[in-house]
Each structure stands twice: as structure tokens, then as C-alpha cells.
Design a binder for this molecule. Structure first.
Ligand code: ADP
Ligand code: MG
Length: 399
């Protein structure tokens, strides 16, 4: 991290001929359990990881916002005036990475930042250089890491005085209304509120947050991420289809959201709903229960007790929600057979990554087994790496 900080300071100097006013950083996240529950008003349990995005920022003496990223080294600055961000938003070019940082400045000018938001005609312009160790599109939320790093930076530099939940909301607002991705607030909450060796237990309806000790360090456990390399695509039809099935299920059961359906209501749900809708509903309802159970187990029995809940979550996503892939299923089964206490797909599904909870002494064994199984099936080699539950967005110490 300190090397990365020095490098990004140096690059900022080379690009602008001046020093940064500060460095801010925010982590990616892994969702330990609670998949497709967020937009159903339910529960999620992500943690922030030790892969971070750094935003190096310098205040300007005009109203321009300029963004650059080491991710796109051949592009010079992409820029706008702050008051013109509304027009940039309306122009809508979804593939453009610059929409993530620009969208935060825009969102901070909306009502997430108080009744009127920040006055984008009064705050100073900024140069923002992004550097990141969060892999893009691997289900680790590189997008929220950018949003949260830029949000804490602008909150400080523009003296907005917003708290972390408000900044998380600005991130979601930006992603929904500026980037155009219909995502919940899980990613930004984890990136903003994470804490070392803790998870962020979020009630997506009330937005209440509890920080739950994981105890992985003391128990000698690691979370191994197995990135299948299959690109996930949130905006695609499958994701929309699952959301629509959940909305249909809630409507036909006469509830506001599937959060309001209990495990004890599933017998009635089976008699009311068609088979596919019922299985979609059953995933969400049982997944909410598994999140609550995981939180209880972490508090009362410790982290070695949560493996079965992770396994059950994967089975539910495979059989009921039908969002896994053969690669994800293979990663999960192989990791478990090689000694993982539990394993599941994480993220939106249809590709992306699986996670396995592994005793430290079995890590290499699990890696070798997964590599071997993928080779045997003729799948491309997965990228496997350990993530440590880490602190959320912060200002980095000055050089
Ligand atoms: P995820 O958040 O799961 O990684 P998303 O599709 O939500 O996947 O976000 C990935 C997008 O975020 C990329 O397509 C790119 O536009 C942007 N992005 C990710 N990392 C960087 C980076 N280091 N610099 C600039 N843009 C990035
Ligand atoms: Mg994302």
C-alpha cells in the first residue's frame, strides 16, 4: 500500500506539475453471505477487503473536474465543468469508466447530501487520479471502491461534513442514476463501513448497520477468492429476470417485499406460486434466514461454525435461484472436498467469483485442487487469492 501511495503521488505530479492535496482510499468487498436479498429489503453480510482503490486529488482554482486512471493510461484527462455534470449524465455513455468518479461529484450535488446537496457552482474544481488493486468486473466491486474513495475525498475537500451512510448513499445514487447500473447499497456500505476482521451486517430495508466480529485471524481462517474469469454482466437479462421474479412473487403473496415472507410461509407460497417463481422466492427467503443464522453463529459459536450456512447458500443459488455456472459449482465443490469449511458463489452470479472459508494450513491444498479440477474439465485457469477483512474508506496519511 505505501508503494502504491508513492507511485500515485509521483504520477499525479508528472501529470499535473503539482503536488496532491491528499490521497483517499476505499476497499473492494466480498459478500460473505446474503445474495440477491438486498433489493428484496433483506439482509446482507459483506466485508471490506485488503484490495483498495486510491484517489489522488488536487483542488483547482476553476470549476473543472478532471479524472484520469492508471486503468486507462492512454486516455488523457476526461473532464467537465462541475455545473455541466447534469448534461454529462443526460448524454449517458454507459461503457465509460469516467462515469464512476464523475458521478460521485454529481451525486453529492443531489439531495443525498442534505435537502439541496452541495452547490456545484460554489465548490472548487478537482483533478482526480485513480489507481487500484481491486480487479475490475471480478465481483469484488471495483466500482464501489472508486465511488467511495472519491466520495470521502470530495467530502473532505469540499467540507461537506457528510457521515459515512450518506456517502454510501451518494455512491449508490451515482451508480444508479449516473452510471446507469441498478445496484443496491451493499457494495458502498461495505466499502465505507468495513473494519479489520469484521463484517458489515446490513438491513437493506432500514439501512441499519451492525459491525460483526469475524474472528478469522484468531481462528486461523482465510477467505480464498476463486475468480473464474467469466465476466458477469449486471445489466443483462438474467439479472433483470431474477429481480422481476422476486417482484412478482411479492405481489402474488401480497407483501411489499420478500423480506416480509418468513420460512414458515413457504408452504403457502408453494400453493400460490408457479414452480419457478416459488423457487426464486424460496432462495431469497431462506437466504435471509441464513444471514441471520450466520450472524448468530459468529457471535455465539465462532467462525468455524458458519461453513454449513455458506454451503447451503450455494446450493440455494444453484438449484433455486439458478445463477451459478458449472465453473462456480466446480470451484465450490472442489474447495470443500479439499478441506474448506464452506464455500459459495459470491456476487450477482452468472460468472465472477466463489469464496471458500479455509483453515490457513489447507490453503495451498485447496488452491492446487481447484487448479487441477479446472484443468481436468478444460476450463481456463481461475485466479485464486486470499482476501483479509479490512478497514473501510479513509484518508491516507500524508507523505
Ligand atoms: P465490479 O464492481 O464487480 O468490479 P462493475 O461492472 O460494477 O464490476 O465495475 C467495473 C467497471 O468499473 C469497469 O468496467 C470500469 O469502468 C470501472 N473501473 C474498475 N476499476 C477501475 C479503475 N482502476 N480505473 C477506472 N475505472 C475502473
Ligand atoms: Mg460494481
Amino acid at each position: 500500500m505505501s508503494d502504491m501511495r508513492d507511485d500515485v503521488r509521483e504520477l499525479f505530479r508528472a501529470l499535473t506539475g503539482r503536488e496532491v492535496d491528499g490521497l483517499w482510499s476505499a476497499p473492494g468487498r466480498v459478500n460473505l453471505i446474503g445474495e440477491h436479498t438486498d433489493y428484496n429489503g433483506g439482509f446482507v453480510l459483506p466485508f471490506a477487503i485488503d484490495r483498495r482503490t486510491v484517489a489522488a486529488v488536487g483542488v483547482r482554482d476553476d470549476d473543472r473536474i478532471r479524472v484520469a486512471s492508471t486503468f486507462a493510461p492512454d486516455e488523457p484527462w476526461i473532464e467537465s465543468s462541475l455545473p455541466d455534470l447534469d448534461a454529462v449524465r443526460a448524454a449517458g455513455d454507459e461503457g465509460d469508466w469516467a462515469r464512476y468518479p464523475l458521478g460521485i461529484a454529481w451525486a453529492l450535488g443531489q439531495d443525498v447530501a442534505g435537502p439541496r446537496g452541495a452547490d456545484l457552482r460554489a465548490v472548487p474544481g478537482v483533478d482526480i487520479l485513480i489507481d487500484s488493486t481491486v480487479p475490475s468486473g471480478a465481483g469484488l466491486s471495483s466500482s464501489a471502491a472508486i465511488e467511495c474513495a472519491v466520495a470521502v475525498a470530495l467530502n473532505d475537500l469540499w467540507r461537506l461534513g457528510l457521515d459515512r451512510p450518506a456517502l454510501a448513499k451518494a455512491g449508490q445514487r451515482s451508480e444508479n442514476d449516473f452510471v446507469g447500473a441498478p445496484t443496491g447499497i451493499l457494495d458502498q456500505s461495505a466499502s465505507m463501513l468495513g473494519r479489520r476482521d469484521h463484517a458489515v451486517f446490513l438491513d437493506c430495508r432500514s439501512l441499519q448497520v451492525e459491525i460483526v466480529p469475524l474472528g478469522f485471524e484468531q481462528a486461523g481462517l482465510s477467505v480464498l477468492v476463486i475468480d473464474t474469469g467469466q465476466a458477469h454482466e449486471h445489466a443483462n437479462g438474467d439479472y433483470r429476470d431474477r429481480r422481476e421474479a422476486c417482484e412478482r412473487g411479492a405481489r402474488e403473496l401480497g407483501v411489499v417485499a420478500l423480506r416480509d415472507v418468513g420460512v414458515g410461509d413457504l408452504d403457502r407460497a408453494r400453493s400460490v406460486l408457479d414452480d419457478v417463481t416459488f423457487r426464486r422466492v424460496r432462495h431469497v427467503v431462506t437466504e435471509d434466514a441464513r444471514v441471520l443464522e450466520t450472524v448468530r453463529l459468529l457471535r455465539e459459536e465462532g467462525p468455524r461454525s458458519i461453513g454449513a450456512a455458506l454451503d447451503a447458500s450455494h446450493a440455494s443459488m444453484r438449484d433455486d435461484f439458478e445463477i451459478t455456472t458449472p465453473q462456480l459449482d466446480l470451484a465450490v465443490e472442489t474447495a470443500r472436498d479439499a478441506g474448506a469449511l464452506g464455500a459459495r458463489m459470491t456476487g450477482g452470479g452468472f460468472g465472477g467469483s466463489a469464496i471458500a472459508l479455509v483453515p490457513d494450513e489447507l490453503l495451498s491444498q485447496v488452491r492446487v485442487a481447484v487448479d487441477g479440477a479446472f484443468a481436468e474439465h478444460g476450463y481456463g485457469q481461475p485466479d485464486a487469492f486470499v482476501v483479509r477483512p479490512s478497514d473501510g474508506a479513509t484518508r491516507e496519511p500524508d507523505a
